[in-house]
Ligand binder design. Structure first.
Ligand code: URA
Length: 239
């Protein structure tokens, strides 16, 4: 394992928040290989270095990986000054986990939660761009040229979005159901893309992240990823 910031390793091991761990370090409570480390930045290899806090050995946190089917009204952040319900509250884990990327509060569907920041960073990196599929209920009728525009990419404030796959699941006069697959993760991307082609989103659900799917996972429920699924995510973002 590569070197990581000392406060991050302490926080991941459940000692306290990163900020509090920085204070512990600066107060001289932390030793690495028996020597006090009271200056920052400090880097350690949690698998090789012996780290103690006030004389007690800390154990590098085991890496954990979960898939949650997020309900609406739940947010993907670890700290919320408004006290809203958080995705991490729905997953029972002893480790300090966080969401990989985000789903809007009003979006349902699958999201990965983990304490593996290395994998999380890779999954969020546009270079690896795993395909993410959304089922979208939109207001309005699906016309051919709207779908073609979506497929080719849409100009948003950040630039033109990449090519999207679009499937029509149900066509109606007032409302239609479509499946959109994209590889980027811009803020409110699907909602903004659809608004640009005159199809306001009524409901949005993420059903797939690469090979992972929501199948069998009820809204509000979570499960641990299997070893094979974790290996797949690591392989998909390697190199
Ligand atoms: N695109 C959106 O607009 N919202 C989400 O939550 C995810 C993708």
């Amino acid at each position: 394992m590569s070197e990581q910031r000392l406060q991050k390793v302490l926080a991941a091991a459940g000692v306290d928040s990163r900020r509090k761990c920085e204070e512990l370090i600066l107060d001289g409570a932390v030793r690495v290989n028996r020597k006090v480390v009271d200056k920052l930045p400090a880097f350690v290899d949690p698998e090789k270095d012996l780290i103690t806090v006030n004389g007690r050995k800390i154990h590098a946190a085991q890496k954990v990986y979960f898939l949650l089917n997020k309900p609406t009204g739940v947010i993907c952040t670890n700290r919320d000054p408004h006290g809203r319900k958080k995705a991490i509250d729905l997953v029972s884990a002893r480790e300090r986990i966080f969401c990989v990327g985000r789903l809007d509060a009003d979006t349902t569907g699958i999201i990965i939660l983990t304490n593996d920041s290395e994998l999380a960073n890779r999954l969020a990196h546009p270079r690896y761009g795993l395909a993410k599929t959304y089922v979208v209920r939109v207001k309005g009728e699906i016309a051919g040229e709207r779908i073609e525009k979506l497929k080719r990419g849409i100009w948003l404030a950040e630039g033109k979005t990449g090519r999207a796959s679009v499937k029509i699941l149900k066509r109606g006069h007032k409302e239609s159901l479509i499946e959109v697959t994209i590889r980027q993760g811009l803020n409110r991307q699907v909602r903004r893309m659809l608004a640009k082609v005159g199809l306001p989103v009524r409901t949005l659900t993420r059903t797939r992240i690469g090979k992972l799917s929501s199948r069998g996972l009820g809204v509000g429920n979570f499960r641990a990823l299997t070893k094979a699924e974790v290996a797949y995510l690591k392989k998909a973002t390697a190199g």
